[in-house]
Structure formats: structure tokens, C-alpha cells
Design a protein around this ligand. Structure first.
Ligand code: SF4
Ligand code: SF4
Length: 417
């Protein structure tokens, strides 16, 4: 069996001879009928971008002079409730906070807050203290010495498609608009064949300490995530928010409240033929169960090839817009990227979820989200909770960082198997 080590790959990165492919490039070659052999590639970069509820930020920063107050009892950042502690920082003028990505103040949530922080915006801070003081101030990320994002359930290996089996519409975190039933609309999540864990399903290379890109910042895998099983793996990891790129992050407004967008990339070192074989799995081999939202029972099974055959990106044609009294495309855009007033999609905010296209009354958006066959009928995909273009983009960024020598592979310090 052919073999190489992470150390050997890092030497190749240093001397500029390393061979790197993104997962998307590898799969495209395979789909074109080309074979990729062990000597053709040292590293494959994988990626995923999606709604990842299991996300939090840990922040620590001063809000007053030493002795200014006893300890913080409640803190809000742009209105989003944070949890003070665990360190009380008694009479130090400092707050330590945990902010959930899903905490929110109406339609503004932790995901929106994290992006605004990373984009360098001033954040409103409202503190109440145990000695009955009220501190109102503002802060920017560069004034926050400690800002770490932690994913406790991120980068899921594969996920689920959802339908509503009942007649009444259901508000759900899995759809931007309440989902129509019975089984008239479908939503799904998962980047399929480019997802890191789909490419290393036995955790041969990904372990504790594996270096990653989280929202563009170099970070680490710290272990398996919550509810991770061998069938449905997910990861826990962290990175410094100061190094993140706001374009990879943000809030995502669902019909049941705000959620969080994260983007991960993980390099898979091609250590032997078994690792390479696993890297060759394509979308039509990756199962995607369809589940009824009520009761969470499985009602069908498709593959990622069935859901990623539509158009990845979304374009708006103002000439086809019929100026409806209520624009459903704008109303159910989860990121605020589409505005009827400006008659355009803000590319930096767009998640390519396809909701604007699915709900547009006048057919003013080009392309198609696709549909899937379920119990003999075509069910349209109304919302994609993963952005395949974003996953491809971060995998390309990681590839370029390896090629230019600014990212070195890190062998795990412990296995997750
Ligand atoms: S695809 Fe449409 S609905 Fe989705 S984020 Fe982009 S503009 Fe908004
Ligand atoms: S729903 Fe479509 S056609 Fe109607 S106003 Fe919105 S973009 Fe225009």
C-alpha cells in the first residue's frame, strides 16, 4: 500500500512541491471519467457552509474601571442576551460572557451579532450589576482582547431533508417560510460530496487538534460534537474571531427564529490508498433521508445528487418583477440580501438558499432550486440550509493557503475513532 505522512506533506508545502486539489476539483475529474491516483495528490481540501445552530462565542472585555461595579448579572449585546460568567471578575470592571448563536432580540440573533463584530462594527453593550448599577457603552472587536468562537455541533457529515406531513403550515428552524403540507415543499441541509466528514467518514485523518479554517480563521478540531454518532458525525471546534472573515458568517432568519451561519474547511491529507478511496465518494452515494417534521419519522430517502442538481447561485431580473403588493421573496429572504426597493441581491449577504426564487410570484429569479420525487409526486425544494458555493469557496481558499505556504497541516494529537 502507498503511504505518506503529514510531516512529508508539510515538507512539500515548504519546498513548494505539494499537490493540492479541492474536493470539488477532485469530484469533477471523477465525474468526467478520469482516475486520480495516489501520486496525483497530497492533500484534498474540503468545505461546508450551512446553518449550524450549535455555535457560541466566548468574549471577555472591560466595561468600566477597576472597582466600578461588583459583578455583572445581565448583559445584552445589540439587544442579544449574553450569559455572564463563568468567571465573576469581582470588582475588576471586566465581563466574561457566553453568547449563544441562537439567542436573539426579535429578528436579530447571535449569528447577526457575530458577523457585525467581525465586520468591525460598534456593538451596544448594556450591563446590569449585582450592586444595582447600569452601564451602557459600545465596543468593537479590536477592543475585545478575548473573542473565541466555539462550534459544539458543526460541519455535520450528512443531514436531513424535511417535509411537512400535515395540512397546516408549520413554523420551523428548517425553513424560512412556514412549511406547506402535506408534503408540498422540501428543505434540506448538507454540502454532500465536498463536506469534510463525508470525505473522511472513518475519521482516519481528522482528530483532536486537526487544523481547520472556521469562517476563514485558523482554528482546531477539539472533538466530536453534541449528538454525534458514527452514522451522523459532527465536530466541535474553535477559532479566534479576530481572524475571521464576515463574508463566511451571519444570521439566518427562519420561520421559527434566527439561526447562525458558519463555514468550515478541513484539509484531508492523502496518507494512503484507503484515505484516497474515501475521498472518491460522489453525491449519488451519499444518502439523504426525508423526514416528516411532525414526529420526525422518515418518509423517504434520496441522495445528495437529487438535491444539488439545481442552480447553485440565484440571480434577480428586475425586468420580470411584477411589483406585488407584498414581496414574498423579500419577506422570506433569511439574510436580508434581497431588497425590492434596491431591486437587487446583495452578493456579500446572499446565502444562495433559493427561498426568494421559490416564493417569487412573478418568476423574477433565474434558474431553479430543483425538486425531488416523493411518493410519486414532485416536491419542490424551497429552502437550502447549506450554501454549496460558499463551501466550495472556503475549500478553494484553504487550497490556496496551502499552496502559498501560509497553512501547514497539523497531525491530530488524539484520534476520534
Ligand atoms: S438566495 Fe435569495 S432568499 Fe436566499 S439569501 Fe440569497 S437573496 Fe436571500
Ligand atoms: S414576489 Fe417576485 S415578482 Fe413579486 S415583487 Fe417580489 S420579486 Fe417581484
Amino acid at each position: 500500500m502507498s503511504r505518506r505522512t503529514v510531516l512529508e506533506i508539510n515538507r512539500r508545502i515548504e519546498d513548494g512541491t505539494v499537490k493540492v486539489m479541492s474536493a470539488n476539483e477532485l469530484k469533477t475529474l471523477l465525474c468526467q471519467g478520469e482516475d486520480v491516483k495516489f501520486d496525483d495528490v497530497d492533500v484534498v481540501t474540503t468545505g461546508t457552509r450551512g446553518v449550524m445552530s450549535g455555535t457560541m462565542a466566548i468574549l471577555s472585555f472591560p466595561v468600566g474601571e477597576r472597582g466600578a461595579f461588583e459583578r455583572a448579572t445581565s448583559v445584552r449585546l445589540n439587544g442579544v442576551p449574553a450569559y455572564p460568567g463563568p468567571c465573576p471578575n469581582e470588582r475588576l470592571g471586566i465581563v466574561d460572557l457566553i453568547v449563544y448563536g441562537t439567542s436573539h432580540d426579535r429578528d436579530y440573533g447571535g449569528g447577526h451579532l457575530f458577523r457585525d463584530l467581525v465586520a468591525g462594527e460598534a456593538i451596544r453593550v448594556d450591563v446590569r450589576t449585582s450592586d444595582d448599577k447600569k452601564i451602557d457603552t459600545t465596543i468593537k472587536l479590536d477592543e475585545i482582547p478575548f473573542a473565541r468562537m466555539v462550534g459544539v455541533r458543526n460541519a455535520f457529515k450528512n443531514y436531513t431533508a424535511f417535509v411537512n406531513g400535515e395540512r397546516d403550515m408549520i413554523s420551523t428552524i428548517f425553513s424560512t417560510r412556514p412549511l406547506k403540507g402535506p408534503m408540498r415543499e422540501l428543505t434540506f441541509a448538507g454540502c454532500g460530496e465536498i463536506n469534510p466528514l463525508e470525505n473522511d467518514p472513518n475519521l482516519d485523518t481528522i482528530g483532536i487538534g486537526t487544523g481547520i479554517l472556521m469562517n476563514g480563521a485558523e482554528g482546531f478540531v477539539e472533538g466530536l460534537g453534541t449528538r454525534s454518532t458514527s452514522e451522523k458525525l459532527n465536530l466541535s471546534g474553535f477559532a479566534d474571531m479576530h481572524e475571521m472573515n464576515p463574508l463566511y458568517m451571519g444570521g439566518f432568519l427562519t420561520s421559527a427564529g434566527p439561526e447562525v451561519i458558519n463555514t468550515w474547511a478541513i484539509p484531508i491529507p492523502v496518507l494512503d490508498d484507503r484515505v484516497l478511496d474515501n475521498l472518491k465518494r460522489l453525491n449519488d452515494e451519499i444518502k439523504l433521508p426525508i423526514v416528516d417534521l411532525q414526529g420526525r419519522t422518515q418518509v423517504g430517502e434520496i441522495t445528495y445528487a437529487d438535491v444539488w442538481k439545481g442552480d447553485l447561485s440565484v440571480d434577480f431580473d428586475p425586468g420580470s418583477c411584477i411589483n406585488c403588493e407584498t414581496c414574498l421573496s423579500e419577506q422570506f429572504c433569511p439574510t436580508g440580501a434581497f431588497s425590492l426597493l434596491s431591486k437587487k441581491i446583495e452578493e456579500d449577504l446572499c446565502f444562495n438558499c433559493g427561498s426568494c426564487r421559490a416564493f417569487c410570484v412573478g418568476g423574477a429569479f433565474s434558474g431553479d432550486n430543483g425538486s425531488v420525487k416523493l411518493k410519486g409526486r414532485d416536491v419542490p425544494i424551497v429552502t437550502r440550509q447549506s450554501d454549496l458555493s460558499g463551501g466550495i469557496k472556503i475549500a478553494d481558499e484553504l487550497k490556496n493557503r496551502i499552496l502559498n505556504g501560509s497553512f501547514r497541516l497539523r497531525a491530530p494529537v488524539s484520534s476520534l475513532r
